[in-house]
Design a protein around this ligand. Structure first.
Ligand code: ATP
Length: 215
């Protein structure tokens, strides 16, 4: 694979491609055209061709892309052949839902520990995941070698908890709080603001009807 830097927007589409290619492979399909893929994953075919060219995958005219070789490339890139344990911080309503969900569709990522300050739930196991007290966070994250966390604490403590996470050496934070947290540039944050997403959807529907809302 060429050593080009993959743009962020392309990287975000990788799991979508991966899931669909997986589906094709399970169905016994050997090849797929960018037009077919475009229809299925709702990304236009020019974007797909450009995305794939970053991975050094150039479709053959009249043949398309080889499903299995793309799949094995994506599997490696997405580290789908390795289990990643993540921790959840803050087991409120949203935290509970995520624990219960626990990414069952994926074999390669799971929440293996959760943390909270509420002593009614610490020391219990919820949806198969132990809930530790925040006092044990440092120790557990270190022992379990967890580098990625999902943050579902109240907004008011998001930055304080983030600072503690940075101190322990966390490398990635999936931030479900509406706070924009500050981290050193060695730590990556992905924000998932559900309220904001829903409001954006409502705004676009009000303004443009059913148009594509993708920025
Ligand atoms: P949600 O926002 O998930 O719907 P909620 O309304 O159920 O949450 P919040 O007050 O947002 O509850 O708190 C989410 C969870 O974060 C609670 O379980 C709470 O005990 C926990 N929490 C609060 N402060 C901290 C903290 N400093 N560290 C870790 N967990 C905390």
């Amino acid at each position: 694979m060429p050593n080009t830097k993959i743009p962020h927007a392309t990287a975000k589409r990788l799991p979508i491609y991966y899931r669909y290619l997986h589906f094709l492979s399970d169905a016994g399909k050997k090849r797929v055209s960018s037009t077919e893929l475009a229809d299925a994953v709702k990304v236009d075919s020019a974007t797909i061709r450009r995305d794939f060219s970053y991975f050094g995958a150039l479709g053959k005219r009249g043949y398309g892309y080889d499903v299995n070789s793309l799949l094995s490339f994506f599997r490696k890139t997405l580290k789908q052949d390795k289990l990643t344990n993540v921790a959840l911080i803050g087991v409120g309503n949203l935290g509970h839902a995520l624990l219960n969900y626990n990414f069952h569709q994926s074999n390669n990522v799971r929440i293996s520990a959760a943390f909270d300050i509420n002593e009614d739930i610490t020391g219990t196991i919820q949806s198969g995941v132990p809930i530790y007290h925040m006092n044990d966070m440092k120790e557990q994250l270190t022992v379990q070698q967890i580098k990625i966390v999902i943050l579902t604490v109240p907004a008011s403590v998001a930055q304080k908890v983030t600072n503690e996470l940075v101190e322990v050496g966390i490398k990635g934070i999936l931030n479900f709080t509406p706070m924009r947290i500050t981290v050193p540039n060695t730590v990556r944050v992905q924000n998932v603001d559900l309220t904001n997403e829903l409001q954006t959807l409502i705004y676009f529907l009000d303004k443009f009807g059913s148009h594509d809302t993708e920025a």
